[in-house]
Ligand binder design. Structure first.
Ligand code: PMP
Length: 282
């Protein structure tokens, strides 16, 4: 594979040649937002929903969207077409731009617009068969987790705590109520019902949150978003996580304790089959 090509401020350039000034507010303040879109067989999956979330994130931090929907679609198709991988994930980032360091928004500055794509390798079969180990922690992040901000320090520290413990994800609780993983949404199966955290300022509304509602409907499973206390999570029959790059994966150990019988459960099996079918249909 020849070198990755990335989009930066209007031009496609080799990754190794892409440069941004050190005064970019993304670097100085984490003042920007991002998106990650999976691509199956050359086609972006749920792009509409990702572009709407991008629009919401930009509006939340008062950056004008640099493109309309058609503009984003063209850019993304162009980027995908420059790489031969059938499955990719496209990363897009917009920051407030380059300006003298001052917390307040600078005037008359162009946002920095960056996009890249990488090969997407679906999670290994062994992960689907054995499931993941996770740890739990208090959610110490800010109160605007609904914005897909590049300021990810809280998420980074939570993920590293998991890695240090030999686990794959950190499942977080605020005041004893489930929020989400450091880079995923968490799902609790109890008595055949699929439960997830309510969509509010405490979690990122994963594109797979809406998708899971559809998949549950197709599979005839009850689906509910509501406050799920820690005790209920720990008594789950099954646990799962979802994200663009991990699709749906079963969680089979929490803080070293097996979930249910310690094996991926039947609800997971139905949902992953439905998920894979949805990616083929799209
Ligand atoms: N929550 C957080 C904190 C995340 O980083 C992600 C991954 N983007 C998700 C949830 C899942 O979102 P999605 O399904 O859109 O990948």
């Amino acid at each position: 594979m020849s070198e990755q090509v990335v989009y930066l401020n209007g031009a496609f350039v080799p990754l190794s040649e892409a440069r941004i000034p050190v005064l970019d507010r993304g670097f100085i303040f984490g003042d920007g937002i991002y998106e990650v879109v999976p691509v199956y067989d050359g086609r972006p999956f749920r792009l509409n929903q990702h572009l709407k979330r991008l629009e919401r994130s930009l509006a939340a931090i008062s950056i004008d969207n640099p493109f309309d929907e058609a503009g984003w679609r063209t850019l993304i198709a162009d980027l995908i077409g420059r790489h031969r991988w059938p499955n990719q994930f496209v990363y897009m980032q917009i920051t407030r731009g380059v300006a003298r360091r001052d917390h307040a928004f600078p005037k008359g500055v162009q946002p920095t617009v960056f996009a890249m794509t990488s090969e997407f390798v679906a999670p290994a079969a062994a992960l689907r068969e054995q499931g993941l180990a996770v740890i739990t922690a208090d959610d110490e992040r800010w109160l605007h987790c609904d914005i897909k901000s590049v300021s990810l320090l809280g998420n980074v520290l939570a993920k590293q705590a998991a890695v240090d413990a030999g686990a794959a994800e950190c499942m977080m609780f605020r005041d004893g109520i489930l929020t989400e993983g450091s880079s995923s949404n968490i799902w609790v199966v109890r008595h055949g019902r699929v439960l997830g955290a309510p969509v509010n300022h405490l979690v990122l509304e994963g594109i797979r949150v809406g998708l899971l509602a559809e998949l549950c409907a197709r599979c005839g499973l009850d689906y509910e978003l509501r406050r799920v206390p820690r005790e209920e999570v720990l008594q789950a029959d099954e646990l799962m996580l979802t994200s663009a790059t991990r699709e749906i994966l079963p969680i089979t150990r929490v803080d070293g304790v097996p979930v249910g019988n310690g094996q991926p459960g039947p609800v997971y099996q139905r949902l992953i089959e439905a998920y894979q079918a949805a990616t083929r249909e799209a």
